[in-house]
Ligand binder design. Structure first.
Ligand SMILES: O=C(O)CCC(=O)C(=O)O
Length: 298
């Protein structure tokens, strides 16, 4: 099958209707081993910790003890070969099928949920993390790097929630230092559908689709590698408000800001150069407004 049409018409129709897909065998097994090994090394070495890229997903960061839920943003900045994989080419092709030809990689995220009770990831919609002043076309592709099961925290979705607005969210326990947001809107959690996967399988979900992963009650860690694709968001200010974003400030943001001040800003800009879409006025407007909003008082 052509890399440009990885998904059948039935799959794209199901994605539009349900807001997610579960797919087998998208990542070749040798690449599963390579991606897994690369990410595990980075977690072991705390790669990116001082730059704010690695952090505890569920608790405040405390460098004197292991993270409860280690998490790493944009591992390609430390291992650029992650983007030279067949897996990356396939996911880009899928994203373009579902979002349109101007879809491109927005970010990556690796999440290592430890065995023996690694914490749950609360119900949320990814768009709740974004600025409310834009219209988004965005999806995430969640790759299983070992079997993903109900026991170790596979993805669970509310079918059709992609057609809803963004529901109300909050910081867990009201602690705005924490990374996750949890949806506190009204929806039937018992409609959740769990999607176990074999290694190399992935789920694809829309930025509005409600999703969750349970605690890892197995005795082995659960590692997932998430690629986020979008088209350049469209600026539509004043349409809605996301009060749960106000005053949010994580320990990793503090480390990133300090790193930028120490000279890391130039490094960060160089790393991001390949993602710049100079020919897209919409992308340039989005990037400029985001950059201006990030220059805050902290
Ligand atoms: O793997 C997890 O625990 C959560 C992943 C997630 O929320 C996402 O991919 O958007």
């Amino acid at each position: 099958m052509e890399e440009t049409s990885l998904l059948s018409e039935a799959e794209t129709a199901r994605y539009r209707d349900q807001g997610y897909l579960a797919l087998d065998g998208i990542c070749p097994q040798d690449e599963v081993g390579y991606i897994r090994g690369t990410l595990m090394d980075m977690f072991e070495n705390r790669t990116g910790y001082n730059e704010g890229a690695q952090y505890d997903f569920i608790s405040r960061d405390d460098p004197s003890r292991p993270a409860r839920f280690p998490s790493l943003h944009d591992p390609r900045h430390y291992a650029p070969d992650l983007l030279k994989t067949t897996y990356h080419a396939r996911t880009l092709a899928m994203a373009r099928q579902l979002l349109g030809p101007d879809a491109a990689l927005y970010g990556e995220h690796a999440l290592l949920k430890p065995g023996g009770g690694g914490p749950e990831t609360p119900w949320h919609q990814d768009e709740a993390f974004r600025s409310p002043d834009f219209v988004y076309k965005e999806l995430s592709i969640w790759l299983a790097l070992q079997p993903a099961t109900l026991e170790n925290g596979c993805m669970q979705f509310i079918p059709g929630s992609n057609k809803w607005d963004v529901l109300e969210h909050r910081s867990p326990g009201g602690d705005k230092h924490l990374h996750p947001l949890e949806c506190c809107g009204d929806f039937a959690r018992d409609l959740a559908v769990a999607e176990p996967l074999a290694p190399g399988g992935c789920t694809v979900h829309d930025a509005r689709t409600l999703h969750y992963t349970g605690a890892n009650t197995s005795n082995a860690p659960r590692l997932a590698y998430i690629l986020i694709y979008n088209t350049p968001p469209v600026y539509k200010p004043g349409r809605r408000e996301f009060p749960w974003l106000e005053g949010r400030w994580t320990d990793s943001q503090t480390r990133k800001k300090e790193w930028h001040r120490r000279g890391g800003l130039a490094v960060d800009l160089v790393r991001r150069l390949p993602a710049i879409r100079l020919t897209s006025p919409r992308w340039l407007a989005w990037a400029t407004i985001r950059a201006v909003n990030k220059v805050g008082p902290r």
